[in-house]
Design a protein around this ligand. Structure first.
Ligand SMILES: C[S@@+](CC[C@H](N)C(=O)[O-])C[C@H]1O[C@@H](n2cnc3c(N)ncnc32)[C@H](O)[C@@H]1O
Length: 225
């Protein structure tokens, strides 16, 4: 097997430690020194996150979708594939280097989604993107960490707690969907979504796009109206 080659390293804003982009043959990996965040071999559930949410919006025109974060672009690519020509997609990414890695090294993995004219890139924390607008989004798709539990970035707890869910509820249009990816199920998170008046469905999707391997959890939480 070919060895891993480090393509780049980048500081994570406001935090200690670095993100590392590595390549082995055609496979790419984004990781910290201790944990792999994303591997290009496994992206079935990241795509399912977008597909399941967009399918539920398919009868609507001019949809506004917020995606956090960019990673390797699979969720964004699947959202584009499942949206109409008049859709507007904003992708919020906290680490500037992840945006440049998508432009320089990773774009081909998910159909070069940053080149699509329907896409706007927002470099910053998706927590702030959510707080900055009310009744703005038809869908908010979140895959910024391992999920509501087992965070790699403590600050992301703001998204998954009650204040974060109230902010997402306010940021969605009536009938809008909050879709959240997680490595594992979390009954407490389902209860918090219901407490915030979301109509909540919990589904699973295979990590591997061929329908094999570990299953990840996806919440589809609809703001009534
Ligand atoms: C697991 S990856 C996302 C993978 C992505 N769904 C895909 O299909 O490739 C998580 C991404 O979220 C970014 N991120 C983490 N916390 C964030 C936040 N609060 N706001 C915006 N981006 C964030 C990370 O830098 C990383 O690029």
């Amino acid at each position: 097997m070919k060895p891993w080659v480090t393509l780049d390293r980048a500081r994570i804003p406001d935090e200690e430690g670095e993100l590392i982009l590595r390549k082995r043959d055609t496979e790419y990996s984004i990781r910290t020194e201790t944990t792999e965040l994303m591997n290009s071999r496994l992206h079935g559930s990241e795509e399912a996150l977008a597909r399941l949410a967009c399918e539920r919006l398919s009868y609507q025109r001019d949809v506004n979708i917020l995606i956090g974060g960019l990673g390797m672009g699979y969720t964004l690519g699947a959202a584009l594939e499942n949206s109409g020509p008049d859709a507007h997609l904003t992708v919020a990414e906290f680490v500037p280097a992840v945006i440049s890695w998508n432009r320089e090294f990773l774009g081909h993995l998910a159909g070069v989604p940053l080149n699509d004219p329907r896409v706007a890139v927002w470099q910053g924390d998706v927590v702030q993107a959510i707080k900055s607008k009310k009744s703005a989004w038809n869908a908010i798709l979140l895959d910024v960490d391992n999920g509501p539990d087992g965070l790699t970035r403590e600050a992301n707890d703001q998204l998954y707690g009650l204040p974060g869910l109230h902010a997402a509820f306010a940021a969605l249009r009536p009938g809008g969907i909050l879709a959240v990816w997680s490595y594992a199920p979390d009954d407490g998170f389902t209860r918090r979504l219901k407490k915030c008046r979301f109509r909540t469905e919990v589904v699973t999707a295979h990590a591997n796009s061929s329908g094999k391997g570990r299953k990840h959890t996806i919440w589809l939480a609809v703001k009534p109206g």
